[in-house]
Write a protein that binds this ligand. Structure first.
Ligand code: ADP
Ligand code: MG
Length: 239
């Protein structure tokens, strides 16, 4: 398997407390991989370390075989979709999506073409002139996705991206995300505290507890052969 993201014994402390505690992970290229755990278990910190918004205190992070110690976030081939979408309210959908390309110095006509193609991919091309305020929650989520994908990252990090949606829409978006990931063939690292979501979408899941990984397995193995009481309770319960 080709490794997309490899963490080796990574720790990150805040005020003396380890948010991420000696975490090792090897995520394959093209994998749909979830970080699952309760609130405060270190999932978001782990994503921020991979994105380069945080630096590890100890341990190493490799992306596609390359050490990241001197690699700033914008050179990592990694993009992030946040739960609150962080769209620009004053820009149209098209300009929201194209924005990431402007920062990279792509010319205007190419920016517009690529942004349009991305909006088409998430089925929002018809409404490309609207502002974010005039969209539903699910549509905003799709714009955030399009914006994160427009500069063709090899790895997409998604931090509880469906958390703000109601149940019906969440289930629909789960299917859409999965389809999109298969079509693009890129690596998705998906953070959630919802075990049903993680189990239904992922190739493999890492279960986090207090900054540490309790178990990494495919959904079936996690469910059938939990290796700790914590995993059994967390994966087995409908919380
Ligand atoms: P999760 O995403 O699983 O809810 P986080 O990674 O956000 O967990 O947080 C893990 C722990 O690290 C929590 O106890 C949180 O309060 C702490 N933490 C995270 N980021 C910071 C920060 N920037 N400063 C201080 N503490 C932080
Ligand atoms: Mg979080």
């Amino acid at each position: 398997m080709t490794s997309a993201v490899a963490l080796d014994n990574v720790s990150r402390r805040f005020n003396g407390v380890a948010a991420v505690d000696r975490v090792s992970l090897d995520i394959a290229d093209g994998e749909f991989f979830s970080l699952l755990g309760p609130s405060g278990s270190g999932k978001s910190t782990c994503l921020r370390l991979i994105a380069g918004f945080e630096r590890p205190d100890t341990g190493t992070i490799r992306l596609h075989g390359r050490d990241t110690v001197d690699l700033p976030p914008y050179r990592r081939d990694v993009n992030t979709v946040f739960q609150d979408y962080a769209l620009f309210p004053h820009l149209s959908l098209l300009d929201n999506v194209a924005y990431g390309l402007m920062v990279k110095g792509v010319g205007r006509s190419e920016r517009m073409n690529r942004a349009r193609a991305m909006l088409r991919l998430v089925e929002l091309e018809d409404v490309h002139n609207r502002k974010p305020a005039h969209l539903s929650g699910g549509q905003r989520q799709r714009v955030a996705l399009a914006r994160a994908l427009v500069n063709e990252p090899r790895v997409l990090l998604l931090d509880e991206p469906l958390g703000a949606l109601d149940l019906k829409l969440r289930e629909q978006m789960q299917g859409e995300l999965k389809t999109l990931q298969r079509r693009l063939g890129i690596t998705f690292i998906f953070v959630t505290h919802d075990q049903g979501e993680a189990l239904s979408m992922s190739d493999r899941v890492a279960v986090f507890n207090r900054g540490r990984i309790e178990q990494v397995d495919n959904p079936r193995q996690l469910y059938l052969t939990p290796r700790s009481i914590f995993v059994a309770n967390f994966v087995g319960s409908a919380n």
